[in-house]
Ligand binder design. Structure first.
Ligand code: CP
Ligand code: NVA
Length: 313
């Protein structure tokens, strides 16, 4: 009773550039084919009819939780949610046993957790597809939605200049991984000590991308096609002191946006802390596409699910 095709998406490299391109195209097609309402109505082909996704949340979520649930409904399937507070994971049941049990009951597993090793262990023991819904290391599903959003706003990925501001975190890691697959360039403006992990910088550089690490926010913004930031304090880092002061020069405000190309878009995975990493003027302004980006989580997640089930790419 196990899934005939098991593809894990722990990071975007598990799929590769061609499959990511296929996911984006499929997302564009499915989005265009849908009428807007009701949002849970299955797509005409209902490709995952009868399939159930088990979602495990060890951290809070709004977008990931709702977009995967609605994505499964639109694909004809359904989803159930477990969290550490109300499942046996919170009482110490192992990842390995949880993976094997969920594999007997559900058709795929999505996990949001802290230590990336936990999702790797889930992938090792599960007999159904495992999807990374965010770890401390990466957030591939978010970046699939971001790529879709950028393309929808008229930008081609190869050669694109993407500029990141603030904390060199999990979301940035997945942007750098996406750059390596889709061949765009990344400027990273962070305070000293908050750079992304070298592994991801090297991944993009080794794929021929230009990755600039700088402490000069204005230089990073200059001529950029995409301006992107995220919270200065990620989940699980609330104990880190003195971080906010160091981040002040990296706030995306109107003055910084003015250095980007006139048609640049502003991305933020949300939730946002308006007044910290982004000014209200930019967040609410005409270049902000953050709510397109949030909606696109559904469309991107559908493509990821279809790829994991061997129905795409
Ligand atoms: N962007 C994102 O992953 O949001 P949630 O934490 O609400 O899922
Ligand atoms: N970097 C953020 C992303 C939240 C979606 C975090 O890890 O909390």
């Amino acid at each position: 009773d196990l899934a005939p095709v098991v593809r894990n998406l722990l990071d975007l490299s598990d799929a590769g550039g061609d499959a990511v391109a296929a996911m984006i195209n499929d997302a564009i097609d499915r989005k265009a084919a849908r009428k807007g309402w009701p949002k849970g109505k299955p797509d005409a082909d209902a490709p995952l009819a009868g399939h159930v996704l088990a979602m495990v949340f060890e951290k809070s979520s709004t977008r990931t939780r709702v977009s995967f649930d609605i994505a499964m409904r639109q694909l004809g399937g359904s989803a159930i949610i477990l969290d550490s507070g109300t499942s046996q994971l919170g009482r110490g049941e192992s990842i390995a046993d949880t993976a094997r049990v969920l594999s007997r009951m559900a058709d795929a597993i999505m996990v949001r957790t802290d230590d990336h090793a936990k999702i790797e262990e889930m992938g090792e023991y599960a007999h159904v597809p495992v999807i990374n819904g965010l770890t401390d290391r990466s957030h591939p599903c978010q970046i699939a939605a971001d790529l879709l959003t950028v393309i929808e706003h008229g930008k081609a990925l190869p050669g694109l200049e993407v500029a990141w501001f603030g904390d060199g975190n999990n979301v940035l890691h997945s942007i750098l991984e996406a750059a390596s697959l889709m061949k765009f360039n990344v400027r990273v403006a962070t305070p000293s000590g908050y750079e992304p992990e070298a592994e991801f910088v090297d991944m993009a550089r080794n794929a021929g991308c230009t990755v600039t690490l700088t402490q000069d926010a204005q230089a990073a913004a200059s001529g950029a096609d995409v301006i992107v930031t995220d919270t200065w304090v990620s989940m699980g880092q609330e104990h880190v002191h003195n971080k906010l002061a160091a981040m002040e020069p990296y706030r995306v405000d109107e003055a910084l946006m003015a250095h980007a190309k006139a048609d640049a878009v502003f991305l933020h995975c949300l939730p946002a802390h308006v007044g910290d990493e982004v000014s209200e003027g930019v967040f609410e302004g005409p270049q902000s596409v953050v709510f397109d980006e949030a909606e696109n989580r559904i469309h991107a997640q559908k493509s990821i699910l279809l790829w994991c089930f061997g129905k795409l790419g």
